[in-house]
Design a binder for this molecule. Structure first.
Ligand code: MN
Length: 265
């Protein structure tokens, strides 16, 4: 069992170190992580400059790029002769729930694993009084042990969040809904030019069965994710919009609506 470990907080983050150590008795650990913090880098890929890899110590490498770069470099370069069986990302400093998974570099590393048909798990930690990366790393290892004990599906993509307090249990959840009041903080720089900080406080809708509900109730949240972002309900049901768009008169006439692709689920 080879496990690739990465993150978006950078190679020197405590969450990464403790996660890698906790997983060490499950398999061979290879760490390929950004050389600095890349939080909120999303699923970004570096295409406009070369990337450099630096060995830090045996089986540990830094990359001057994003978490997605790290997974790519590992899969196509460093580990191409012996691919990892599993990619884990984290443990992130701060939770990654609901819509935030699209901003998250931590979760995007697991997305990237999934694109390479490798199982991927993202781990994130709620940061409030009493949180312990050490305790969460042990729990992360327990979760990985459960997964590798069974058949590890290649399309496995999990988003795990640990509560700050000692967990009351584990909940299998769906992504919650954040009503983020994304605010801009306007400032003036030393030369009198206006600058902006993207800021704001997240507010969550109370949804039963969501990751947010589980975490705020003191449970570890485990959310299965999928990268197919198609809205299958709209694909099947938005007949009027479909008709308007497909009758714009461009090129060939569209097939009959009966040919709508069914949901794969
Ligand atoms: Mn982060």
């Amino acid at each position: 069992m080879r496990i690739l470990v990465t993150n978006d907080d950078g190679i020197y983050s405590e969450g990464l170190k403790l996660l890698a150590e906790a997983l060490a008795d499950i398999g061979e650990i290879i760490v390929v992580a950004p050389d600095r913090e890349q939080s909120a880098s999303g699923h970004s890929l570096t295409l406009h400059r070369p990337l450099r890899v630096q060995p830090v110590r045996e089986h540990w490498f830094t990359v001057d790029g994003t978490p997605t770069d790290c997974v790519n470099l590992a899969v196509h370069g460093l580990l191409k002769e012996a691919l990892p069986d599993l990619v884990v990302s984290g443990i992130n400093f701060g939770p990654n729930m609901g819509d935030d998974v699209t901003y998250s570099g931590t979760v995007s590393a697991a997305f990237e694993a999934s694109l390479h048909e490798l199982p991927g798990i993202a781990f994130s930690q709620q940061i409030e009084e009493g949180f312990s990366f050490a305790d969460s790393a042990l729990l992360a290892a327990d979760i990985v042990r459960v997964l590798v004990a069974g058949e590890l599906p290649r399309d496995l993509l999990l988003n795990v969040n640990f509560p700050a307090e000692a967990p009351r249990g584990v909940r299998w959840t769906r992504l919650g809904k954040r009503t983020y009041r994304q605010t801009l903080v306007e400032k003036s720089d030393a030369r009198g030019h206006t600058t902006y900080w993207i800021s704001g406080t997240p507010e969550w809708e109370h949804q039963s069965g969501s990751d947010h509900e589980a975490l705020t109730s003191g449970y570890v949240s485990v959310t299965p994710l999928h990268l197919d972002l198609t809205d299958y309900r709209s694909l099947a049901e938005s007949a009027t919009l479909r008709q308007h768009l497909e009758s714009l008169g461009i090129g060939e006439p569209a097939p009959e609506p009966a040919e709508v692709a069914p949901s794969p689920t």
